[in-house]
Design a protein around this ligand. Structure first.
Ligand SMILES: Nc1nc2c(ncn2[C@@H]2O[C@H](COP(=O)(O)OP(=O)(O)OP(=O)(O)O)[C@@H](O)[C@H]2O)c(=O)[nH]1
Ligand SMILES: [Mg+2]
Length: 221
């Protein structure tokens, strides 16, 4: 619990991207602030992380996926998740080109614009750069999401920043979705008309009744 004792919301985040782009390295860097050069190709792995964001106590669940082809199991992960970190390596053009397909798959499954951040990893390999900063930025703009470049090996501050920012976005969307919907104007008109017809002093003729005897009020579209 934070010093203010405020209990924040939880978020479920899935990290996606081609094999070898550094998904596990980014997750491990975020969770432990360490970088380990040698990783085994990942089997799916979920981490539970308790932290403080904006003075709120937060529980994050982070699923580090294997960068293999899309499987039916992956669809379950997508439904489970609130948001996604989409990772490519700036030194691997193909990993960048796969991003749009991944995003399309997410939106198809979620049936909405899925909540993402786009991350270009391995900026320490600038001499091997195959994807410019602007290209990354443009794709992020097309996907309406935030864009970061970073290096898991050099441990930029932006790794915490993008996980935290995604959490904030998830929280904002949950708050919006939790708000009761405003009633439609047609509903409001119907209420006003009902009150008029039911008021005791009102001598107006009732509008026609239905076969069930219930009052029918025509509501403007
Ligand atoms: N130079 C450099 N190497 C990195 C960086 N991040 C990861 N690597 C290296 O890239 C290789 C793959 O990293 P992983 O984190 O295992 O990649 P992954 O995306 O999890 O791969 P899969 O689990 O197979 O999908 C490892 O040898 C890492 O040490 C980085 O920022 N810079
Ligand atoms: Mg991995």
């Amino acid at each position: 619990m934070s010093s203010t004792g405020k209990k924040g919301s939880d978020s479920k985040i899935v990290v996606l991207g081609k094999a070898g782009v550094g998904k596990s390295a980014l997750v491990v860097r975020f969770l432990t602030r360490r970088f380990i050069w040698e990783y085994d190709p990942t089997l799916e792995c979920t981490y539970k992380h308790h932290t403080t964001i904006d003075e709120e106590s937060v529980n994050m669940e982070i699923l580090d996926t294997a960068g293999q082809e899309w499987t039916i199991q992956r669809e379950g992960h997508v439904r489970w998740a609130d948001g996604f970190v989409l990772v490519y390596a700036i030194s691997d053009r193909q990993s960048f080109e796969e991003i749009s397909n991944i995003k399309q798959n997410l939106d198809d499954i979620k049936k909405t614009n899925s909540m993402c951040v786009l991350v270009g990893n391995k900026t320490d390999l600038c001499h091997e750069r195959k994807v410019s900063y602007m290209e990354g930025q443009n794709v992020a703009t097309d996907m309406s999401c935030a864009f970061y470049e970073t290096s898991a090996s050099e441990g930029g501050e932006e790794i915490s920043e993008f996980f935290h920012e995604l959490h904030r976005e998830i929280k904002r969307r949950k708050q919006v979705e939790a708000k009761p919907r405003r009633r439609s104007s047609a509903h409001q008109v119907r209420n006003v008309l009902n009150k008029m017809f039911k008021s005791p002093g009102n001598k107006q003729q009732m509008s026609p009744t239905s076969p069930t005897g219930k009052q029918q009020v025509a509501v403007p579209p």
